[in-house]
Design a protein around this ligand. Structure first.
Ligand code: SF4
Length: 106
């Protein structure tokens, strides 16, 4: 599935739990902020947002990484799982943003 992964650099405190859970997807940059890696290795650009093609297992790992983030800095959207992520955000933050983007917390 195609998954859009974004780290809010203002929310990220560099706790690195996302890196521990999903090191193939997240890495800390020189500013101690999590960036989203190109899983194919083809693009070395350091970016806080990227579209990735992921398997179901990889998706679950990325979801766990998002849930592990203490500041809810990881956002993700997939056409197949928008509702799941949206429910997480509604339940955790007490309201919908009105967008397809959401986050989860553990
Ligand atoms: S777990 Fe959250 S706060 Fe920690 S590095 Fe990852 S995105 Fe940043």
């Amino acid at each position: 599935m195609k998954l859009r992964i974004r780290v809010d650099e203002d929310l990220c405190i560099g706790a690195a739990s996302c890196v521990t859970v999903a090191p193939e997807t997240f890495m800390l940059n020189d500013e101690n902020k999590a960036i989203v890696l190109d899983r194919t290795g083809a693009d070395a650009t350091q970016t806080y947002e990227r579209w990735c093609e992921v398997s179901d297992d990889e998706y679950q790992t990325i979801l766990l990484a998002a849930q592990s983030c203490p500041t809810l800095a990881i956002f993700s959207t997939t056409s197949r799982a928008n509702n799941c992520f949206r429910r997480c955000k509604v339940s955790l933050r007490g309201g919908s943003t009105g967008t397809d983007e959401a986050t989860a917390s553990g």
